[in-house]
Write a protein that binds this ligand. Structure first.
Ligand code: UD1
Length: 417
């Protein structure tokens, strides 16, 4: 099993070219199923989750070719309408294939994604919406079987919560259909807009993506499309956090700063000097980071839950006491025990983390608990004296393209062994 070894204490400086967004690439790969012809995705990150999505497409009869950051998808065989439990379990986000398979086949069999490191991950909101779109849903022994029973001409759906995955599933399931769908309380995350932009380029009629009401006018078919995946705002937050805790000066290029507004606000509040234009951002850390006002994760454009662990890691190095409240996932603080091993002073009360800034951290042997928690461990290890080892880095590799190379490029002492 590979581990990361990080010798902390080095000030990070230089340029980082940001990778494409995992959370866009996965629904876009699912969306490629709807295309009659070929899909060419650029800026698609090389990640284990992307490989898992490609294996699902292969298993459904699609031909995928990955060359660097380009992925080419072509429908080449009759389709089947089920994803094996093994493939479903490889990543929780495989549930986004449900909407795409339903659109293509009119039926689908998948398994429930089950819980994950962040707590229970129900898909009740997805399934309720799918029923409202005219599909029957039967759950049996861990399998979910859905079948088209009617095709409503017009349907209004209001999600109980603005779920990112459920919004994507509704868009995918209805984009090539005979229905017009008005989706209310839709998620507004940039990845939703990217999905709609991709589908519209291919000939779909989706309006209002990025707002809380999305209208999908079903079309008969959509055609070959070429698209560039948006930059990864959470990976950007990771490198901002790495600059902040090391007193660094990093320029991130290939970024979309419009997506970063809420994150920029927190790092500015900490005293970082942030200068940005449309697609580049420079962050210069102050000598001492400042505490920030209580911050809570919430849906876009609020502070993203995925950037929470990275913010908490930065606050460990700030002066005074800061509070972070996690409102989206029940069980997102597992990584905090690992940060404590480095000397972080963090108390957790249910979904509230109270971070007392410390001036000195010492290396320790750590273990990744989950994707973003693992990234937070890497960030804080960069600020600890001595050599920290981090185990179970497969969690990190689900979402970061060669994190050790990127950080070495800005003078971190980090290696993978
Ligand atoms: C997506 C992101 C993930 C991010 C999350 C919130 C991808 C691949 N993943 O996950 O990185 O942390 O958005 O921004 O894009 N819920 C239900 N029932 C449902 C669906 C969701 O109770 O049917 C709950 C979840 O358990 C969670 C909350 O709603 O507590 C948010 O989930 P959702 O927005 O659906 O997140 P994902 O799409 O799974």
């Amino acid at each position: 099993m590979a581990k990361l070894y990080i010798e902390g204490g080095k000030r990070l400086t230089g340029k980082i070219k940001l990778q494409g967004a995992k959370n866009s690439a996965l629904p876009l790969l699912a969306a490629s199923m709807l295309v009659d012809g070929t899909t060419l995705l650029h800026n698609c990150p090389n990640l284990s989750d992307v490989s898992a999505a490609i294996r699902i497409l292969d298993s459904l009869g699609y031909k995928c070719t990955q060359t660097g950051n380009d992925v080419f998808v072509k429908a080449s065989m009759p389709l089947c309408d089920c994803v094996s439990p093994e493939l479903m379990q490889e990543m929780r986000s495989s549930v986004v294939f449900l909407g795409a398979i339903l659109a293509r086949c009119g039926s689908a069999t998948v398994t429930t994604p089950g819980g994950c490191e962040l707590g229970p991950r129900p898909i009740d909101i997805h399934l309720k919406a799918i029923q409202e779109l005219g599909f029957s849903v039967e759950e049996n022994g861990g399998y979910i079987c859905c079948k088209r029973v009617n095709m409503p001409k017009e349907v209004d759906i209001t999600l109980d919560f603005a779920s990112v995955g459920a919004t994507e599933n509704v868009i995918l399931a209805s984009c090539i259909s005979g229905s017009t769908v008005y989706l209310h309380n839709a998620a507004k995350e940039p990845e939703i807009k990217d999905l709609a932009d991709f589908l519209n380029k291919a000939g779909a009629k989706i309006y209002g993506a990025g707002t809380d009401t999305v209208t999908i006018i079903g079309v008969e078919k959509i055609n070959s499309v070429e698209h560039t995946v948006i930059p990864d705002r959470i990976v950007a937050a990771t490198y901002m956090s790495a600059a902040a805790v090391t007193g660094g000066d990093i320029e991130i290029t290939n970024i979309n700063c419009e997506h970063m507004r809420r994150i920029i606000a927190s790092y500015s509040e900490m005293g970082c000097d942030i200068v940005f234009c449309e697609n580049s951002l420079r962050i210069r850390a102050p000598e001492k980071l400042r505490r920030i006002k209580a911050t809570r994760s919430t849906v876009y454009p609020g502070f993203p839950t995925d950037a929470g662990p990275l913010l908490v890691a930065s606050l460990v190095k700030a002066s005074g006491t800061s509070t972070f409240v996690e409102t989206i996932f029940e069980n997102r603080f597992n990584y905090i025990d690992e940060l404590r091993r480095l000397g972080a002073d963090i108390k957790v009360y249910n979904r509230v983390a109270i971070v007392e800034g410390v001036s000195k951290l010492n290396a320790a042997n750590l273990c990744c608990t989950d994707l973003r928690g693992g990234a937070a461990e890497v960030v804080l290890a960069l600020a600890a004296d001595g050599i920290t080892s981090i185990d179970k880095i497969h969690h990190i590799e689900r979402g970061y393209e060669k994190i050790e190379e990127t950080l070495s490029g800005v003078f971190a002492n980090i290696k993978k062994e």
